[in-house]
Design a binder for this molecule. Structure first.
Ligand SMILES: *[C@@H]1O[C@H](CO)[C@@H](O)[C@H](O)[C@H]1NC(C)=O
Ligand SMILES: *[C@@H]1O[C@H](CO)[C@@H](O)[C@H](O)[C@H]1NC(C)=O
Ligand SMILES: *[C@@H]1O[C@H](CO)[C@@H](O)[C@H](O)[C@H]1NC(C)=O
Ligand SMILES: *[C@@H]1O[C@H](CO)[C@@H](O)[C@H](O)[C@H]1NC(C)=O
Ligand SMILES: *[C@@H]1O[C@H](CO)[C@@H](O)[C@H](O)[C@H]1NC(C)=O
Length: 256
């Protein structure tokens, strides 16, 4: 019996060693990023600018300690944010955008900077109320479902009420989504620059992160790019099952 026991013992040791090198590998590629005393360490789904894309979905920059910033869209605006201690939430609160909104409420760059990410298979749900804007060129649009919003020398903006299913997109228009006051009417006066964000990363994306892949939105379909194939070894299945059962966003504890 002794050789069998020894074999099982060495197998167990082997698994434990594999498991711990696995964790080290994840940590080495994506070590938690120290933001500041209030925010503490930041980890998935957030990453620092120094980390590769697979380390997180949203990039933060904490180099200005009093004004940490987060980018909601790649190449997009850097919003100032606050941490809500003991929760999975951050609050976007950008004073500069607020000033611009007060000063000039129909500006292309302002609407771009306010834009929220498009619906994506990577998040289950993300934002509170948002307003859909149709950004069109200044030739008249004949669509009775669209309500006139505002006009500047470059573009005319229309809104739609949430009860209407989205009208078909006129050829000269594109869609942007902007945060709105949940208590306000669905028009441009409802735009806000301070809003909560609650990140709910999809289970598929969590699994992808654990396999060191990068979550991507491939024309509305989820894609895990560059990750290990996974599921070959017992401990990896274990990791995935653990993440499925918990239903807790991975950032809890890492972030706050
Ligand atoms: C982070 O933001 C600061 C300004 O707050 C900027 O000077 C710095 O270049 C940014 N970091 C990177 C890596 O871009
Ligand atoms: C306010 O808007 C005007 C024109 O729309 C612009 O010239 C001015 O620079 C803006 N001021 C600020 C503080 O953004
Ligand atoms: C119109 O477009 C120009 C060039 O893209 C831009 O500089 C300007 O700010 C835009 N005007 C408004 C009101 O958005
Ligand atoms: C916008 O709001 C709708 C519900 O009104 C929601 O389904 C959608 O996920 C929101 N979009 C974003 C980008 O948060
Ligand atoms: C985890 O959950 C997703 C959907 O919620 C499911 O497709 C997947 O098979 C689950 N994985 C495991 C290992 O249970």
């Amino acid at each position: 019996m002794a050789p069998v026991a020894l074999f099982i013992f060495s197998l167990l040791i082997h698994l434990v060693v594999l498991h711990s090198t696995e964790e080290v590998k994840i940590n080495k590629r994506c070590p938690p990023y120290y933001c500041h005393a209030m925010a503490g360490d930041i980890g998935f789904p957030f990453k620092s600018q120094m980390q590769p894309p697979e380390c997180g979905l949203f990039t933060v920059n904490c180099s200005d300690k009093d004004h940490p910033r987060i980018q909601l869209i790649k190449e997009g605006y850097w919003h100032e944010f606050h941490i809500v201690p003991q929760s999975d939430m951050i609050i976007i609160d950008d004073e500069a955008l607020q000033q611009r909104l007060k000063n000039d409420s129909c500006n292309d760059q302002l609407f771009n900077d306010l834009s929220l990410p498009r619906p994506s298979p990577i998040f289950d749900e993300l934002f509170p109320r948002n307003l859909t804007l149709f950004k069109c060129n200044n030739t008249p649009v004949h669509n009775t479902d669209l309500k006139y919003g505002c006009r500047n020398p470059n573009h005319t903006y229309y809104t739609t009420s949430p009860d209407d299913s989205l009208p078909s997109l006129p050829p000269s228009c594109s869609i942007i989504r902007v945060p709105m006051d949940p208590k306000a009417a669905f028009d441009l006066s409802a735009l806000i620059t301070r809003f909560d964000l609650q990140f709910q990363v999809s289970e598929e994306c969590k699994g992808c992160y654990e396999r060191k892949g990068e979550c991507q939105d491939d024309k509305g379909k989820f894609k895990c790019s560059g990750g290990e194939k996974g599921d070959k070894l017992g401990f990896k299945l274990g990791l995935e099952r653990k993440s499925n059962q918990s239903q807790v966003p991975l950032n809890r504890g890492l972030l706050f």
